[in-house]
Design a protein. Structure first.
Length: 218
């Protein structure tokens, strides 16, 4: 039975991007349904018909429904154990899960001040000290991962993994808000932007025409 992934607008929905990238990057077949966000009661009900959380993304696998980006990624890692969704080495896998969880549960100031909006013209904005601390921490983690795993490939843990998917929306944020990043961070961002799945999401996001005013304030 083909998996079904329900997602929000590709231009704005950073959480939807994460499991979508894992599915695409690892060649896992799935049917995709986009439910526009913040467009009224009808679309809200469409989401509620899939998951009582009232949020996307949501993955449906037969009679199993999984919501929340990280939970979906973990489900995919269990469902397809031969895919190496997380790094195969135990130490690297633990590290990847730790930084993935840090992304999942943290960086609130960066999220609030630099929402994902792929349509947004590239330009800088004034950021709080707290957001700048988030940016510094992310760069620190990326550089550490690249130093440890550079010989294994160009991604955070060598080969593309769920850790890259978890941080993929940050690549968009850093570019869109003209964040001044270190050279090794820029190199990693360039690699991510060239990944076929990342490029496809970006292209399809740019093709969207729906505008959500609450996300167009800066």
């Amino acid at each position: 039975m083909t998996l079904k992934l329900f997602i929000g607008n590709k231009n704005y929905s950073s959480w939807s991007m994460r499991p979508w990238l894992v599915l695409k990057a690892f060649g896992i077949p799935f049917d995709e349904t986009v439910i526009p966000l913040y467009t009224g009661a009808a679309d809200k009900q469409r989401i509620l018909d899939v998951t009582s959380s009232g949020k996307v993304p949501a993955l449906v696998d037969g009679d199993i429904t999984v919501w929340d980006s990280l939970a979906i990624i973990e489900y995919l890692a269990e469902r397809f154990p031969d895919m190496a969704v997380w790094p195969s080495d135990r130490a690297a896998r633990a590290h990847a899960r730790a930084i993935g969880a840090e992304m999942h549960g943290g960086f609130g100031p960066l999220r609030r001040e630099c929402g994902m909006n792929i349509h947004r013209p590239v330009r800088a904005k004034m950021l709080s000290i707290e957001a700048l601390v988030d940016i510094a921490r992310i760069q620190e983690m990326w550089i550490d991962c690249r130093q440890r795993h550079a010989r294994s490939g160009p991604y955070l843990f060598g080969a593309f993994s769920a850790a890259d998917a978890m941080y993929a929306p940050v690549v968009h944020r850093f570019r869109t808000y003209a964040i001044d990043v270190q050279p090794r961070v820029q190199d990693y961002m360039d690699v991510m932007r060239m990944h076929p799945a990342f490029a496809q999401w970006t292209q399809e996001a740019l093709a969207e025409t729906l505008t959500i005013e609450k996300f167009e304030t800066d």
